[in-house]
Each structure stands twice: as C-alpha cells, then as structure tokens.
Design a protein around this ligand. Sequence first.
Ligand code: URA
Ligand code: SF4
Length: 274
Amino acid sequence: ARVGPRRVAAWRRGRTRVTEAERRAALEAIAAEVRACTRCRLHDGRTRAVPGEGHPSTEVVFVGEGPGLNEDRQGRPFVGRAGDLLVRLLASIGWRREDVFITNIVKCRPPENRDPEPDEIAACDPYLRRQLEALDPALVVTLGRHSMARFMPGTTISRSHGTLRPADPATGASSALVFAMYHPAAALRTPAIEEASYADIGRVPAALADARALRSGAPATGPTSARPAAPAPRPEAAPQPAAVLPAAAVPAAPPPPTDPDPAPPASDQLTLFR
Ligand code: URA
Ligand code: SF4
C-alpha cells in the first residue's frame, strides 16, 4: 500500500492544521515578491526570476543552486538538461516532479552561470526560509554543494552526498531531515557522479520514511520498509529500494588529514531530535 497525494495532504492537515489552499496562497505570495525583487545584483541580468514550483502539500523539497539559461527564460526551475536528469532520477524511484517542490538557493540567474556569491545567497535566503516555513517539509534534498552548504555546514559534497541529518530549524524547515545529493549538472558531466546520483536517490524513499517516523515521534531505527514513502507515486512506480538508514548506510569515514572541517560522526547526527 502506498500513499497518494490526497492521503498525504490529509496526513499533513491533521498534523499541522494548515490547509492546502493556505499553503498555496503563502507560496504564491512569496513567488510574487521574488518576481519583483531587486535585493541583490542578480536582478539586473535576469529575464525572469524563478521562485520554484511544486505540490503545496508535498513532504519533500529539492533545493538546487540557481536558475540557468532555460530557467531564466521560462521562469521555472530545472527545465533544461539538468532538469531532465532530475526528472529521470525521480522516475527511478517512481516519483514525478509535480509531487515534490523544486526551488533554488538564489532565484535569479547568475551571469554566465557563475557560482552565486555569498552576499547574493544571503540576500535571497529569506525567500527560501519562508518557502520552507510554508511547506513544512519532512525531507529537504539538497542538489549540489551550495545548497548542501546551507543545510549541512562544515562538510563537503563528496563526503555528505547520500547522507541524512536533521535540518537546523533556523533554515525554515522546522522539523525535517536533510539529504544531500550531487548537482544533476555535475552528474551530466561525470559518469561516476551520475552513477552515485542514482544510488543516492534510491535512498530518498527510506530517508522520507525516517523523516516521517521522527515527526511522529517513533524511533528513527524503525522498520522503514513497512512504511509507504512516496509523496504521490504513479501506479507503475518502480519497487521500493531495500530499507536502509541512509546515515548508517553511508557511515562517516575517518576524515582525511587534509579535510579542514570534518563532518560529525553519524551517531551524533540526530541530536536535534532527542
Ligand atoms: N540548476 C539549478 O541549480 N537550478 C535550476 O533551476 C536549474 C539548473
Ligand atoms: Fe532578489 Fe534573490 Fe533575485 Fe537577488 S537572486 S534579486 S535576492 S530574488
């Protein structure tokens, strides 16, 4: 038995007493502000701002880096080649992009697709925080190192991809787990990263099951395979991956001597929920 979108929405309403219409209105208000925003220099070069989109009652939010050329033209996130790969990754676990919410760290395209600057990320941060407050997701999936750095400070993408830890409530996700993945654009460039990305997304349904368990007060080490973990699966969805606790399945390796700021050991990663 799997959970469809309506039952997820009912579960959400029961827990939070916020209606889907209220979530949708809150998200649309944020999007309207983003489209008119001039808080940082990135507004100069944009064609269209890209607030993000998805199911207002979803449990899962994907956070990328920033719009590229196609996103800037269409005003929608992940609609170019990286977006196509994201859709294939989601399909590999039986999910569709409209079942989740997809947004970015910065909402306007950096010129020539350069990395967003720290002051641009800081200027745009309140929009992402407010989106997360409105969505109240169980699971945040970061795509790439800029997004990871905001939710998992003090580690590196090569160490953190495929791992799960609690979200700092200051991010706006007040009761969520964060799961890190490589950026799909990196996967398009490097076959080994693409392979790792398919392995990582295979752990996302179990991560969602863990996040649900934590939100409902159940132990994090429960039998996750017994829990449906799809925000709105298609009937022909692929079978669930084996039940693994991602944080345990990808144990923190001893830090290499050159690592300036090693991640905490996996056993310390759930302390926010104790
Ligand atoms: N890359 C991103 O990080 N975000 C998008 O929306 C598209 C490509
Ligand atoms: Fe505003 Fe964010 Fe766009 Fe900067 S990137 S102009 S802060 S919406």
